[in-house]
Ligand binder design. Structure first.
Ligand SMILES: *Cc1c(COP(=O)(O)O)cnc(C)c1O
Length: 234
């Protein structure tokens, strides 16, 4: 089942790129494997997938030693400062930077490891109270402050769009995130150039691709529904 699901998602990404007139290499799939066991992840790995996304630090760190070393792990869920240190050795990118203090902590830990951590700033475009993220109106100031930190490199923005019945309802969210990125790039803040837009999930990734996503984060359409009861509070 997972194999067919995966093939289907790849096909849908191919088609969305074609429809949008975008080069297929501009869009990378993050297979979101939260709550799923290593066996499921290995099946998708064996089909050629190399980028996986996890929400929880503990879960990510638990899976890394069970799976091949050439997997690129992305942390996509809300991150607490006291857990940042566990990510330095095994995480390729953090998508969920939502405060200056968190960025500062990541920068400090990265410096201890002599590295620069690629990050995305999570923007709460739709201003949902239930969601984490920086308000769009505060994004520029946040980019200015965070871009001055030596241990992080801002690569772009991430958003979690609202849960809607018709994915078309989220088109404006993706369009606004892209425009925000273009506008801030044009200000040439500290010479940073942000190229990545992490947006689109199972329900709406095709629309996100049409609006400029460079990373789509897809879980359910690949791995099936998640059973949170099995794995405890995630
Ligand atoms: C769980 C999750 C996803 C994947 O969601 P699906 O609807 O299962 O594709 C993507 N992004 C974030 C931040 C998530 O927490």
């Amino acid at each position: 089942m997972i194999e067919n699901n995966y093939k289907n998602v790849i096909e849908r990404i191919d088609n969305a790129c074609r429809k949008a007139g975008r080069d297929r290499s501009e869009v990378r799939l993050i297979a979101v494997s939260k709550t799923k066991p290593a066996d499921d992840i290995k099946q998708v790995y064996d089909m050629g997938q190399r980028i996986f996304g996890e929400n929880k630090v503990q879960e990510l760190c638990g899976k890394v030693p069970q799976l091949p070393e050439d997997i690129e792990w992305h942390l996509i869920g809300h991150l607490q400062q006291n857990k940042v240190k566990y990510l330095m050795e095994n995480t390729a990118m953090i998508h969920s930077v939502d405060s200056f203090r968190l960025a500062e902590t990541i920068s400090k830990e990265a410096q201890k490891h002599n590295k620069v951590m690629p990050v995305l700033l999570e923007i709460n475009v739709a201003e949902e109270e239930s969601k984490f993220g920086i308000a769009a109106s505060e994004a520029e100031e946040m980019v200015r402050q965070i871009s001055a930190l030596p241990g992080v490199e801002i690569r772009g923005f991430m958003t979690v769009a609202p849960f809607v019945d018709d994915p078309e309802e989220n088109r404006w969210v993706f369009r606004e995130l892209k425009q925000l990125c273009v506008d801030i790039n044009n200000k040439n803040i500290n010479n940073i150039k942000m190229n990545e837009l992490s947006m689109g999930m199972t329900n709406d990734f095709e629309i996100a691709i049409e609006e400029g996503a460079t990373f789509v984060r897809v879980g359910t359409a690949i791995f099936g529904e998640r059973d949170y009861s099995k794995i405890g509070a995630m």
